[in-house]
Design a protein around this ligand. Structure first.
Ligand code: ATP
Length: 143
């Protein structure tokens, strides 16, 4: 198909997406990465956030919790720690995870001898939950 490139997303549970797409925007750790057909080769780490991609002229979303992307020969491969397509996200589960993470953060920050590891883990869980809510179809109805 003209004006497209191959985009595959793989997580530890398997292939999450394999499609010819028109455009991808990724949350690179150094800032947003916009990728069009015939992009110059690159490798980058990817942060926790929302990936947007254009498929058959429609913008779609997916949540990722970090990973690496390689762009080469009109192919984009994203190896993600976790990745969920918008339609597969359980928004209620993400809302629960967000509330638990916020509570853990509150408790950890109120303690004098707060454990850094607990804080980092709670912050990471909160970011994952926020990304899932941001990418999900249900989440968008309320935002
Ligand atoms: P939870 O506390 O709800 O398990 P978590 O952030 O700890 O959230 P992860 O460890 O990041 O969950 O993910 C575990 C697995 O569950 C992964 O395969 C991930 O894709 C999936 N997953 C996590 N949250 C959701 C969700 N809200 N909707 C759909 N799949 C999810």
């Amino acid at each position: 198909m003209a004006g497209t490139f191959f985009f595959q997303v793989v997580s530890p549970v398997g292939a999450v997406l394999t499609e010819d797409v028109q455009f991808v925007v990724l949350p690179g750790t150094e800032g947003e990465l916009g990728i069009l057909p015939n992009h110059t080769p690159l490798m980058s780490s990817v942060a926790c956030g929302v990936v947007r991609y254009t498929l058959h002229d429609e913008v779609k979303k997916m949540a990722v919790s970090g990973g690496f992307v390689e762009v080469s020969h009109n192919q984009v491969t994203l190896l993600a720690e976790t990745a969920e397509l918008a339609e597969h996200i359980d928004c209620f589960r993400a809302e629960d995870a967000k509330a638990r993470a916020e509570e853990r953060l509150k408790v950890a920050m109120s303690m004098k001898d707060a454990n850094d590891i607990d804080l980092i883990r709670a912050e990471a869980a909160l970011k994952r939950a926020i990304s899932r809510i941001g990418a999900s179809d249900q989440g968008n109805k309320f935002s």
